[in-house]
Ligand binder design. Structure first.
Ligand code: FAD
Length: 377
């Protein structure tokens, strides 16, 4: 029997395994696809962190509580903000390269509902891929065992204590029972169960379902965040057009060419995600259209190409040039606040079973996650 298995290899699972490995335990990661396939790997805009000289813990805590619509667990939020700063410094020490300004200082950008610039990004709009790369590289350096293409089917519980998990080994199509004294679920959320989603197809809430069937309490499952601006063009997938585009000055217009956010919020395009998504939905209904437009073409085209290389190239694949024209967008399921109920130490109500990251619900995001707080979590 192993000491601990971690299920999932996104930011939450990798970070948990790296920590466990310092305790000289017999541990391993099991993950459904290739090691890097995760929501983490697709995250674009950045990671929110209180490290800039214009920022302070109280401000970041306040912004998180306001975005969460009064339903956050304040203790979780305080831990997120205060400990998050050290965790991001640690990531940098492990080789994660965030973008810097011309003076060689970390380059913080603004996203909706943040009162200061506090979002670090990497390679423009490919932050998640850089975080995943850095954590995987650290895990490999530490010789952490990673078992790819193992799909969790069920958790094994005896006398109210976790004893292991049942997997489908997708490579040789067999069932495997892995026994462990404790299990950490880091299997991500469930936004890919929606027709219009920004998530990769692996994000189907498997860990949450297994935990529920094993007797865990799940919480806030109705709180699903719809990202306001996913590509909505012919047969193209609902590719995310990051909020940081609006942070840099992109505007929303309806099919009559009118900028409409002033009708809905004094914060305009930088209102919290739920408000922007509902405003877009109202415009779509009022104008009998299935999309509005996101327009960044008024900014310098070299800047836009450099700042948003992933988005620029993805849109070009469908003949859309973000430096020249408004892009058709509509809301899509993006992030799930609900999940396996845990305390602030990731403990569930089953002995030996822990959950972290998007599959868990410790109340840190309340009813609505503040942009870029999830990779920090
Ligand atoms: C397009 C996009 C852009 C985003 N942009 C940002 C951003 O800019 N900033 C931000 O903070 N957040 C962003 N997010 C959200 C953020 O990426 C996620 O909330 C976060 O990465 C979740 O990390 P995680 O480790 O909990 O889960 P994930 O990164 O989703 O990892 C889950 C892991 O569990 C594995 N798994 C799933 N089911 C099983 C199973 N049955 N058996 C075994 N393994 C399983 C998966 O293969 C994967 O390895 C974005 C999300 C998307 C989709």
């Amino acid at each position: 029997m192993r000491d601990c298995i971690v299920i999932g290899s996104g930011v939450a699972g990798l970070r948990a395994a790296i920590e466990l490995n310092t305790l000289n335990l017999d541990i391993a990661i099991y993950t459904k696809d290739s090691a890097k396939e995760s929501n983490t790997n697709y995250a674009q805009g950045g990671i929110a962190v209180c490290l800039s000289k214009d920022d302070n813990f109280d401000l970041h805590i306040k912004d998180t509580l306001v975005a969460g619509a009064g339903l956050c667990n304040k203790k979780s939020v305080e831990i997120l903000v205060k400990e998050g700063a050290d965790r991001v410094k640690e990531l940098i020490n492990w080789g994660c390269k965030f973008d810097k300004n011309e003076n060689g200082e970390l380059n913080f950008t603004r996203e909706a509902a943040h009162s200061v610039n506090r979002v670090l990004h990497a390679n423009g709009d490919a932050t998640g891929a850089e975080i995943e790369r850095a954590l995987l590289s650290k895990a490999h350096t530490e010789n952490i065992e990673i078992n790819e293409h193992y799909r969790l089917l069920d958790l094994i519980v005896e006398n109210k204590k976790i004893v292991g998990a049942k997997f489908h080994n997708l490579q040789n199509n067999t069932l495997e029972y892995i026994y462990a004294k404790s299990v950490i679920l880091a299997t991500g959320g469930y936004a890919a169960i929606y027709k219009h989603t920004t998530n990769p197809s692996i994000t189907t809430g498997d860990g949450i379902a297994s935990a529920f069937l094993a007797g865990c309490t799940v919480e806030d499952m109705e709180f699903v965040q719809f990202h306001p601006t996913a590509l909505n063009y012919k047969k193209a997938p609902s590719f995310l057009l990051s909020e940081s585009m609006r942070g840099e000055g992109a505007i929303l217009i309806n099919d009559k060419g009118e900028r409409f956010m002033e009708k809905y919020s004094k914060h305009l395009e930088l209102a919290p995600r739920d408000i922007v998504a509902r405003s877009i939905f109202s415009e779509m209904q009022n104008n009998l259209k299935d999309h509005v437009y996101l327009d960044i073409s008024h900014l310098d085209s070299d800047f836009v190409r450099k700042r948003f290389p992933t988005i620029y190239n993805e849109c070009l694949k469908y003949g859309l040039d973000i430096t020249k024209e408004p892009i058709p967008v509509s809301p899509a399921a993006h992030y799930t606040m609900g999940g396996i109920k845990t305390d602030v130490n990731c403990k569930t109500n089953i002995n030996g079973l822990f959950a972290c990251g998007e599959c868990a619900c410790n109340g840190v995001h309340g009813a609505n996650r503040l942009a870029s707080n999830s990779m920090l979590e």
